[in-house]
Write a new protein. Structure first.
Length: 307
């Protein structure tokens, strides 16, 4: 069943757990995510980037997700991830998405407020949830100065002002995570206290991007079969659990699924170089994605919350 992020994350905040937002680009990812969610009776957010829309086609990907949601008994949100193109955002609002993200984080504060407010005004009459972003997603290294560190993080006072002036339903904050498989060069150094401070001042639902753990078992398997993913490092499970305890209600996962997919496609091709059936090449990768999602659902505490 389709739901909005506001509905899913509101329940998560009250229940002190988080809902996973899992990015898709094709059918195998969608099947794996929704199948795992139903198996564990967990809500799930299907996140789609502007690039994924361009790759799969807007109507194709929307209809695919909406059909999957109709067939599942757990609540599923159809969410635009990191929307920046206003035309795409408008199309999503009018074309069946239940949630959109406007990413104005690279803009000056006042411009971010203005563009985010514009999206809220477009989305509200349609009952579509809106997520904004404030701060810079960049891993914090040990040798970064205090001033430089603070400049990358979301400022609690600004977060409160931003939420109040824009009317957003959810806010993605920067606490030291980053996108991709190479989040940290040295020790993991998340500003977890910043989450607590923001949560105490901002009633808006909080979101953690760049939260993949970069499971070394899958990295090693991918490298064994020809990949070159060297020195990849993600966010430890313990840090994710603590972030949720401090107020995070939505956790974004993409890289972990991509690595699992890559590892098992490479393995399938290497094990059977004469195989030309795409189902036998992509099937093991789909299973690997489902396992990643099951692990995340349990980590986030959302298992059984859709019963």
């Amino acid at each position: 069943m389709l739901a909005t992020n506001k509905e899913l994350l509101g329940a998560a905040r009250k229940g002190a757990y988080a809902v996973g937002a899992f990015n898709i680009n094709n059918m195998e990812f969608l099947q794996a995510i929704t199948g795992a969610a139903e198996e564990l009776a967990s809500p799930a957010i299907i996140a789609i980037s502007e690039g994924a829309i361009k790759y799969a086609g807007f109507r194709n990907i929307v209809q695919m997700v909406r059909l999957a949601a109709e067939e599942k008994k757990v609540p599923i949100s159809l969410h635009l991830d990191h929307g920046k193109d206003m035309d795409v955002i408008t199309t999503c609002i009018e074309g069946g998405f239940t949630s959109v993200m406007i990413d104005g984080s690279a803009l000056p504060f006042e411009e971010n407020v203005a563009v985010t407010s514009k999206v809220v005004k477009l989305a509200r009459p349609k009952g579509v949830s809106v997520e904004g972003e404030l701060g810079k997603l960049a891993g914090i290294e040990d040798n970064v100065s205090v001033a430089a560190r603070d400049a990358m993080l979301t400022d609690p006072a600004q977060a409160a002002e931003f939420a109040e002036r824009t009317g957003i339903d959810a806010l993605a904050i920067a606490v030291g995570t980053s996108h991709g498989a190479y989040k940290f060069k040295g020790e993991v150094n998340l500003a977890l206290d910043r989450i607590s401070e923001i949560a105490s001042r901002v009633p808006t639902l909080l979101v953690l991007h760049g939260a993949s753990g970069v499971k070394q078992e899958n990295v090693e398997l991918a490298n064994k079969y020809g990949a070159s993913i060297k020195g990849a490092k993600g966010v430890p499970d313990a840090a994710i659990v603590e972030a949720i305890r401090r107020g995070i209600s939505k956790v974004n996962i993409d890289t972990d699924m991509r690595i699992a997919f890559t590892a098992y496609v490479r393995k399938a091709l290497a094990d059977k170089p004469d195989e030309i059936d795409p189902r036998k090449i992509l099937g093991p990768a789909r299973n690997a994605i489902a396992e990643v999602v099951r692990e995340k659902i349990r980590l986030f505490g959302s298992e059984g919350k859709a019963r």
